[in-house]
Design a protein around this ligand. Sequence first.
Ligand SMILES: [Mg+2]
Length: 382
Amino acid sequence: MNVAQRAGAELVAKSAGGRIAKAECILVSLPFAGEGLPVWSFTSDPKNAFDVMLVRLETDTGLVGWGEAFSRAEDVSLRSLIETRILPIVVGEEANAISRIKHKLEFGLQNFGRVGPTMYAISAIDIALWDIAGKAARLPLVDLIGGPFVQEVEVYASLLRYGSAEGVAKATRRAISEGYRYVKLHDVKYEEIAAAVEEAGAEATVMLDVNCPWSVSEALAMDERLAGLNLHWLEEPIFPPDDYRGLARLRATGRHRIAAGENAGSLRDFVAMADAGAIDIAQPDVAKTGGVTELLKIAAFCEASAIEFTPHCAIFGPGQLATVHISASRQAVPLVERLYLDFEAELYGDATLPRGGKLAVPQAPGLGLEPDMSVVERFRVA
Ligand SMILES: [Mg+2]
């Protein structure tokens, strides 16, 4: 190898970010204040706290990448799965081989689920590898995936469930007063939904997410009842969430634009939804559905299928940052979701708190922000 070749090889090694030398999973649970109920709880003892399931990868060149797996209710079983089944496969790999590592994990673990915890874990690895790739290239993630269309994204206030007309109207008013122009409801009763729509008036556009409570016939009845409220979209009206034929039947009434996809595992699920005619708006979650790599594939598929791409985002760590970068890179910039609650501490300080309903795209390399380790240590549960 001559001098120029050696210099080139060194440059490649440096920009590649090296090999994954260390990998760990850190489970944090951030408490929040809020008058609403946590609709995502599935334990008998719901807590007003959100998991942030962090994956930290470190290369032998000293670069650190952060990823996040979707998690709820202090999910130590998911942390154990990541530690024992996922991280050992990743250690020793070249950090720049993002798609190859993702394929290796998906292929090797295909018997353990194409939707759910295994995919959440794979998503976390993918996000962390993209963070490393950005740091190695000294570019923010958005610049690696085509560059930004915008420097800040519009955020919608994704309200909790308040269970009373007064509660949901009050939360709607507060969100509007803070500058949000889009508000999403999680209440399920007509009176509460109507109260929020009335409160919003012409000041905000209202979406409704009911988290899969209804049978197809119940959903059809509600679809008719809600028709006059002019909702921007109706999200996950039917259980189970993969009843694509049921969604298609509801969508065929033409009364609401149907949004779904946060419970999907990969691009293939969105192809199946599109084939069934189930959705107008695709909502993949970067921390559930295969990370940045898979979301970019889904975005391209949506673009070619007359489906809106609007990622789901009810996470507050690296996955939230990745969602902002991906959103900013789309020509039709999607609204970015942020659950409307006040954490005791934010993982990134003020940088991820929307101002006037907007969030700036981080400009530093990779995801562009590093977790506040004092917050991580204070709220770490496993
Ligand atoms: Mg939802």
